[in-house]
Design a protein around this ligand. Structure first.
Ligand code: COA
Length: 339
């Protein structure tokens, strides 16, 4: 059998992003919370974020980003749709089948990937596996989250960090030496950190209690300082392993696209790896932490404004609740951008 028929690497061939139009500035937040623009920008780097309108859900953002990614990828329809999200439309069913149907992808395999802010890298790895086994030829991978639905608007620590958005890519079967081939995935988790970022109510565990959940239990509770430290350790550790597997030196990386959690986290990861801050994506300044959407949104923005060019070496790394983390690498392909 020829190499071409067996290699089946997953190759990125389309990209798109979407954030809702409603801009929420630091100034607006400081009018209703005990915070300031100066505190937020100094501690996080974030200047503004986007929130959905009441009634808008994760699938709405996922469809908008998915539409753009499909347009960028050209005419061939995917046979599978993965939606990575921590804020599905409902506990049941999964959000992906609805998204696939609204995109006109009849009979596509469709399921959600739950790995919080690492979800996009986990979903990429899953899609790459589906392609390499031959289960799929072409997969739409979407990261989408509406954090404004689980963050308590009165909680000044969390309300300043998160924003809503969706980013999507299309992967097709191809060769592992092509630009766009994603690979050298390193994934990991540590469930002993479950309490460090948690929405306690709403699942099967909470149903076994005989009382109504408190306000805190219904919203995201986060131990920011501990999450900060774990995020730096796990993103830099997995990224280093990914680079070693790829045979790339840190100084050869053109773009470090880390989960957009906090500018100080991103810069600490870059420092740990020995990568200049200038090569570090900082899309969070404009959109905050958009959860599973953050990496594809940052890629889409960098591709659209010409920072990301064909042939460049890109390192992706993510960390989130779980705890869960993951990294991978690719050379940027020549893509049509639609943003
Ligand atoms: N405005 C003003 N003050 C605030 C504030 C806000 N929005 N939020 C918290 N504070 C206060 C705290 O109450 C605390 O006050 P105290 O010293 O009187 O107790 C003080 O600021 C310092 O809080 P601390 O938690 O030590 O700040 P920090 O420098 O660690 O920054 C985070 C807080 C949340 C911004 C930071 O820990 C962080 O980004 N962590 C990672 C979060 C993250 O990225 N999560 C997603 C990962 S997937």
């Amino acid at each position: 059998m020829s190499r071409r028929s067996t290699a089946r690497a997953a190759v990125l061939c389309g990209i798109g992003g979407w954030v809702p139009p409603r801009v929420v500035t630091n100034e607006e937040l400081s009018q209703r919370l005990a915070t300031t623009d100066e505190w937020i920008t100094t501690r996080t780097g974030i200047r503004e974020r986007r929130f959905v309108e009441p009634g808008e859900a994760t699938s709405d953002l996922a469809v908008a980003a998915g539409t753009r990614a499909l347009r960028s990828a050209g005419a061939v329809a995917p046979d599978a749709v993965l939606v990575s999200t921590a804020t599905p439309d409902r506990p049941l069913p999964a959000t992906a089948p609805l998204v696939a149907s609204r995109l006109g992808l009849r009979d596509a395999a469709a399921f959600d990937v739950a790995a919080a802010c690492s979800g996009f890298v986990y979903a990429l790895a899953t899609a790459a596996g589906m392609i390499s086994t031959g289960a799929s030829r072409r997969v739409l991978v979407i990261g989408a989250d509406v954090y404004s639905s689980i963050v308590d608007p009165e909680d000044r620590t969390n309300a300043i960090i998160f924003g809503d958005g969706a980013g999507a890519v299309v992967l097709r079967a191809g060769e592992d030496d092509e630009p766009g081939a994603v690979g050298h995935f390193v994934l990991g988790s540590d469930g002993t950190g479950e309490d460090l970022a948690i929405v306690a109510a709403g699942g099967s565990r909470q149903r076994t209690t005989d009382r109504s959940p408190t306000r805190a239990e219904q919203h995201l509770e986060m131990q920011g300082k501990k999450i900060f430290r774990h995020a730096v350790t796990r993103m830099s550790g997995s990224a280093r392993q990914s680079l070693a597997a790829a045979g790339w030196k840190p100084e050869e990386v053109d773009h470090l696209v880390a989960h957009q959690a906090n500018l100080r986290i991103l810069q600490s990861v870059a420092d740990e790896l020995g990568i200049d801050h200038e090569r570090c994506a900082r899309h969070l300044v404009d959109v905050g932490n958009t959860g599973a959407a953050s990496i594809p949104l940052a890629l889409d923005a960098a591709a659209a404004n010409g920072e990301l060019r064909p042939g460049q070496r890109v390192l992706l790394t993510a960390f989130g609740a779980g705890l869960a983390w993951g990294s991978c690498v690719l050379r940027w392909p020549d893509l049509a951008t639609t943003t």
